[in-house]
Design a protein around this ligand. Structure first.
Ligand code: RB5
Length: 477
């Protein structure tokens, strides 16, 4: 166990911090976004130590911090004009740019990638500290991996006391969420890998070219071991409070009504509830830590109003904090799901119905309603016809193995019914096959497993391009 020094932002302390870092140590530093965990960006051992202190898997790239725009050339092998213009407009500030890396920068710092993510933070003390270090400083957020990001030095101390060498105790971060990460490896087509306080509109206004969001932002973070994240936050669950969090999406009024109703129910059940009804980027992570400190059993949070890029950036953090536990509220546009089973799948039906209703879907239960023995083809057909007639948007059928009732559903023209057994199948069923129905086996899966698979299927987006053609071929058969 290390003794973690608490340092001030006075010159003598910054000098001490720089010496610790140059000696291979870890020093947490303030920025305008969140506190960073600093290590010498050119020292692979220091990067490994930072990963170990955070408990973070080592294939996540670290953001490299510099104190002068010229230092871009020390870490990036190519610096396009766009990068210089953006640096001039937004640095020091919450914009990180991803550029091809210089060979001297070790793979431990860049998560094994051939690119570097670099920014100049806005904190006079930190800029001075980096300058005194005389090197670029890599810095993931200074928290235990997976916990809410630290926006004050006390948050850092709570998470990392005894695991790092020092903390520069500066101001509370006024940005509150991490920097925007912009992929500039193809400068004509910049893409946002992590949304933040610098929005696509602000970037376009400087570069004159359109800025896209990386498609990965619209999906749950991948747990696939083969997936290489291009920016921090793309792969692992992030920002999570201790208590489970439920995110309510919809119109403001509907959200407030739904939170009120759920709050009453939770309080009646004797639960300690923490409500975030007007989320703000600046305070969001601090509120999650407040919920933890109060020992909340559940956090009920309103999603930010849709339509603004800043709202999108905040919602990105909220979705991860909630582990994608979303309830869509609001009348009129609920998605309709039909469900049916035979006796072999009966055990899965009620838990699924309740879960889907809780998530805000309109569910039609087409039977069976007791444990009587019935023929699965009849219920597969019934549910499939309900879907193709447009009375439901999607269908779920359940039998002992999931096989027979799925075969029956697929006999109905226009149905693409996929059996869900693993998370990968659930994802691909939607992505590649555009499955409008799924089948599951009550003798294969526990209800909770079935719920998780159905959630993946529902929350995954269809992929288009070549898949549209193949799906059209299916529909012609
Ligand atoms: C019923 O015993 C069982 O055959 C049925 O639920 C299903 O597994 C059919 O595929």
């Amino acid at each position: 166990m290390l003794e973690t020094l608490l340092l001030s932002t006075e010159d003598a302390d910054l000098q001490k911090a720089a010496e610790i870092l140059k000696g291979g140590g870890l020093v947490a530093f303030p920025t305008e976004t969140v506190y960073g965990l600093g290590a010498d960006a050119f020292d692979p051992e220091a990067a490994k130590k930072a990963y170990a202190a955070k408990g973070r898997p080592s294939d996540n790239p670290l953001i490299v911090h510099i104190a002068k725009t010229e230092d871009l050339y020390r870490v990036a092998a190519e610096v396009p004009g766009e990068a210089l213009r953006l640096a001039e407009a937004f640095w020091p500030g919450p914009l990180t740019m991803v550029l091809p890396k210089r060979p001297e920068l070790p793979k431990e710092t860049t998560g094994g990638l051939s690119t570097v993510a670099v920014r100049m933070p806005k904190s006079a003390a930190t800029l001075k500290f980096i300058e005194l270090c005389g090197t670029a400083v890599s810095g993931p957020s200074a928290n235990v991996s997976g916990r809410p990001s630290p926006t004050s030095w006390l948050h850092v101390k709570n998470d990392l006391d005894g695991r790092i060498d020092a903390i520069i105790c500066g101001d509370t971060c006024d940005g509150g969420i991490e920097s925007t990460v912009l992929d500039l490896t193809d400068p004509a087509h910049p893409a946002i890998l992590r949304p933040g306080l610098v929005t696509p509109e602000m970037i376009s206004a400087v570069t004159g070219c359109e800025v896209s969001y990386d498609p990965a932002l619209f999906k749950k973070p991948s747990e696939d071991p083969a997936f290489r994240p291009k920016a921090p936050g793309q792969k692992y669950r992030h920002y999570a409070p201790k208590a489970p969090m439920v995110l309510f999406e919809g119109d403001t009024e509907d959200i407030q009504a739904a939170i009120k109703e759920r709050l009453r129910a939770e309080l009646e059940a004797g639960k300690k509830v923490f409500v975030i009804d007007r989320p703000q980027p600046r305070t969001f992570f601090a509120r999650l830590r407040e919920a933890d400190a109060q020992g909340a059993d559940i956090i009920l949070a309103a999603a930010p109003e849709s339509g603004s890029s800043l709202g999108f950036s905040l919602e990105n953090r909220m979705l991860k904090a909630a582990g994608y536990n979303i309830i869509r509220v609001g009348g009129g546009q609920k998605m309709k799901i039909a469900i049916a089973c035979d006796h072999g799948g009966f055990n899965l039906k009620q838990p699924l119905v309740e879960h889907l209703q809780e998530k805000g879907y309109e569910v039609t239960d087409l039977g069976i309603y007791g444990e009587e023995r019935v023929d699965y083809p009849e219920y597969g057909k019934k549910c499939a016809e309900y879907v193709v007639s447009g009375q439901a948007d999607l269908g779920i059928v359940l039998c002992g193995t999931g096989i027979g009732i799925g075969i029956a559903a697929n006999k109905v023209h226009g149905i693409r019914c996929a059996e869900l057994v693993t998370p990968f199948m659930a994802e691909m069923a939607k992505k590649h096959n555009h499955a409008n129905m799924v089948s599951l086996g009550g003798r294969i899966l526990e209800p909770q497993q079935a719920i998780e698979l159905v959630d993946i299927w529902l929350d995954t987006e269809e992929e288009h391009g070549r898949h549209d053609r193949r799906v059209a071929l299916l529909d012609e058969m």
